[in-house]
Ligand binder design. Structure first.
Ligand code: G3I
Length: 358
């Protein structure tokens, strides 16, 4: 759905650094934001989410408070990945993931399950096991079935298959493709559906927010899966941006073609990194990156959730992966809201989306 932009963004971005210098900021403690994102998003029929570091959730009071107050959906950043759930073959450890699901339940939040089939963070017994196709397929079937059944009824959206494509649109060379062939993708969706027919099943990837060979390949994949009756419900656009590159354009048009297939869409892992240290110009560009991602979602009829990949620079995957870059999140290391946070508030407050799935 195309909706008018009710706020003049240029004007609001110019004011953002002032908005951050609130009294609570000056006092040194974590700021108490005026209207939480989850409330503003509810007005737009949107769930707003964050990836959650479960150790921080346990140990850090401010982190726990903001996770509960600002967000209406949560995604486990690591604890639902295969290496976490089944570090030794046949021995599941659900404890950390269960803690997050329980937290979500207590806070009226939905859960995005992440992730069933990926090439990363696999247990070594699986990758080093030299399994032939029959045994690997059986292991994947069992993993999906056990995991989805364990959380049955408590997961809103599952990232069933994650990052299966290269940038040029060819399928990624992974243990799954190499050993099982491309049919592993359809199998994964069918097995997940059998285990929990009510969960929404997503394909999820990065650098697919705009049109290009990779997003075209995802489009072709989900269209053909749907045509074959494979139970895929949605497509997740991760939204990992960097201000070192031009901010993307045309994202709403790209989301729209998936919407026209009858699929749900979601922004699943938004963050906008920058060379550090941050300065006001970089923070303003970052805010615009976040705003554009949210705008694309709000313009898309069935874009049902907007999730950031962590909300504070205190805990972030970025500096380890991109040395010299960081400051990618909505709150700084001391939980002070950044211009990006204010940009999301303004964007949500200035929209009046009347319908979306949820
Ligand atoms: O758990 C071990 C710990 O035992 C050990 O002491 C420590 C030493 O480095 O490592 C810990 O594991 C780390 C793990 O995060 C949990 O903290 C890994 O080294 C680290 O590589 C891993 O990084 C995660 C990354 O996925 C792995 O690819 C990030 O936290 C997580 O944010 C990131 O998330 C991915 C999404 O799942 C998919 N899309 C991209 C996104 C960003 O890369």
């Amino acid at each position: 759905m195309n909706l008018p932009r009710l706020l003049a963004t240029a004007c609001c971005l110019a004011l953002l650094p002032l908005a951050v210098a609130s009294p609570s900021h000056a006092s040194g403690g974590p700021a108490a934001p005026d209207r939480p994102l989850r409330q503003l998003a509810a007005d737009d029929h949107l769930r707003i989410g964050t990836a959650v570091d479960v150790s921080a959730l346990t140990d850090d009071t401010d982190y726990r408070r903001l996770t509960g107050s600002e967000f209406s959906t949560v995604t486990p950043e690591n604890v639902m990945k295969w290496e976490s759930l089944e570090p030794r073959q046949g021995e599941y450890d659900w404890a950390a993931a269960d803690r997050l699901v329980d937290f979500a339940h207590r806070h009226g939040q939905k859960v995005r399950g992440h992730v069933l089939v990926w090439h990363n963070q696999l247990p070594s017994w699986l990758t080093a096991g030299d399994l032939d196709a029959g045994r690997l397929r059986a292991a994947l079937h069992r993993h999906i079935t056990d995991t989805v059944r364990h959380f049955k009824g408590r997961i809103w959206q599952w990232d069933v298959v994650n990052e299966a494509f290269n940038e040029d649109g060819t399928l990624r060379d992974s243990i799954w493709l190499r050993t099982l062939g491309p049919g592993y993708i359809a199998d994964a969706f069918r097995w997940a559906h059998e285990a929990d027919p009510h969960a929404l099943l997503f394909y999820n990837d990065y650098n697919t927010e705009w049109t290009g060979p990779k997003s075209d390949a995802v489009y072709d994949l989900v269209r053909s899966l749907r045509a074959a009756g494979v139970p895929v419900d949605g497509v997740g656009f991760q939204g990992h941006l960097s201000i070192r590159y031009d901010l993307p354009t045309g994202m709403a048009d790209n989301f729209a073609r998936f919407d026209r297939l009858g699929l749900a869409t979601a922004v699943t892992e938004a963050d906008v990194r920058m060379p550090v240290p941050a300065d006001s110009g970089r923070l303003a560009t970052q805010a615009e990156g976040y705003r554009r991602l949210l705008d694309a979602c709000l313009r898309t009829r069935r874009c049902i959730s907007f999730t950031v990949w962590g909300f504070t620079d205190r805990y972030s995957w970025v500096p380890d992966t991109f040395p010299g870059e960081g400051a990618a999140n909505l709150f700084d290391e001391d939980y002070r809201p950044k211009p990006a946070y204010r940009a999301l508030q303004s964007e949500l407050a200035g929209r009046a989306r009347s319908e979306a799935a949820g």
